[in-house]
Design a protein around this ligand. Structure first.
Ligand code: SF4
Length: 134
């Protein structure tokens, strides 16, 4: 059994726990960190179950694009090219502030920063917000 210290991805409280993986690298459990200043050896029910979602059979692991009314699997390049072209198309038709970007408390500060830079530097809009304010 391997223990890997990490931060819970479910909310901004930032509890820490150890992800437990078996000899095959499969997540099998969570163990709260007793040393962490916030969690102090405790977790809420979401933290205790954080090891379940990565291997859940319903989890989407590849992008899907709707074609002829049906969702079909696509490559990341194809999906990202489609999103970029649609965003550009909307902006060209309706102006820079016709689109907005919303980030999540379930991502890291660095990912939120990158989204803000994408909105402001690439798409030239200040329409960027975060789910904690919604
Ligand atoms: S264990 Fe619960 S309270 Fe702690 S960060 Fe995760 S979701 Fe938030």
């Amino acid at each position: 059994m391997k223990r890997t210290l990490t931060t819970c991805p479910y909310c901004g409280t930032g509890c820490q726990f150890y992800l437990l993986t078996d000899g095959n690298g499969r997540l099998v459990g969570v163990e709260p960190s007793s040393e962490h200043v916030i969690s102090k050896g405790q977790l809420c029910v979401k933290g205790w179950n954080a090891f379940n979602f990565p291997n859940h059979p319903d989890r989407l692991t590849v992008p899907q694009i709707r074609k002829n009314g049906k969702l079909v699997e696509a490559s990341w390049d194809e999906a990202l090219d489609l999103v970029a072209s649609k965003l550009k198309e909307v902006q060209e038709k309706h102006g820079a502030d016709s689109i907005a970007f919303f980030s999540s408390a379930k991502t890291t500060n660095e990912e939120n920063y990158a989204l803000m830079k994408l909105a402001r530097a690439v798409f030239k809009t200040n329409n960027v917000d975060h789910c904690a304010r919604l």
